[in-house]
Design a protein around this ligand. Structure first.
Ligand SMILES: Cc1cc2nc3c(=O)[nH]c(=O)nc-3n(C[C@H](O)[C@H](O)[C@H](O)COP(=O)(O)OP(=O)(O)OC[C@H]3O[C@@H](n4cnc5c(N)ncnc54)[C@H](O)[C@@H]3O)c2cc1C
Length: 88
């Protein structure tokens, strides 16, 4: 839902920094939870490189680091949305 809100705002030339950051954060968390659950379900075969689950897990994990880390999303929200002082 957040991805759709952010995309809609972007497509309609509306400011979308807040929504895009929140969408990225939530989608990264959801993707990782999903693939981590898949790995747990498949056990050792999930971890083995020969099967695709490991790659999905690794690629979903990347989204918590790049293109911007989850911590930097929280920094954005705290300063730009909540108006808190910059913490670094
Ligand atoms: C596979 C891959 C592909 C990439 N492709 C591209 C690309 O095509 N173009 C491009 O420009 N970049 C690319 N990157 C770089 C990517 O944007 C950075 O890895 C990402 O922004 C994180 O920066 P960093 O690796 O320097 O980590 P750092 O900034 O060193 O962060 C390390 C840790 O410290 C935390 N941290 C850092 N600063 C703060 C802070 N102020 N407050 C709280 N926590 C903080 C981070 O959240 C993280 O947990 C890619 C990276 C990877 C791994």
């Amino acid at each position: 839902m957040m991805v759709r809100v952010a995309s809609w705002r972007y497509d309609n030339d509306l400011p979308c920094g807040e929504e895009a950051n929140l969408a990225k954060y939530l989608a990264a968390e959801a993707a990782f939870d999903c693939t981590d659950r898949a790995m747990q379900t498949h056990g050792g075969f999930g971890y083995a490189k020969e099967y695709d689950v490991e790659r999905y897990w690794r690629e979903a994990r990347l989204m918590k680091i790049a293109p911007v880390s989850q911590e930097m999303v929280l920094n954005f929200v705290s300063t730009k949305v909540l108006g808190l002082p910059r913490s670094y």
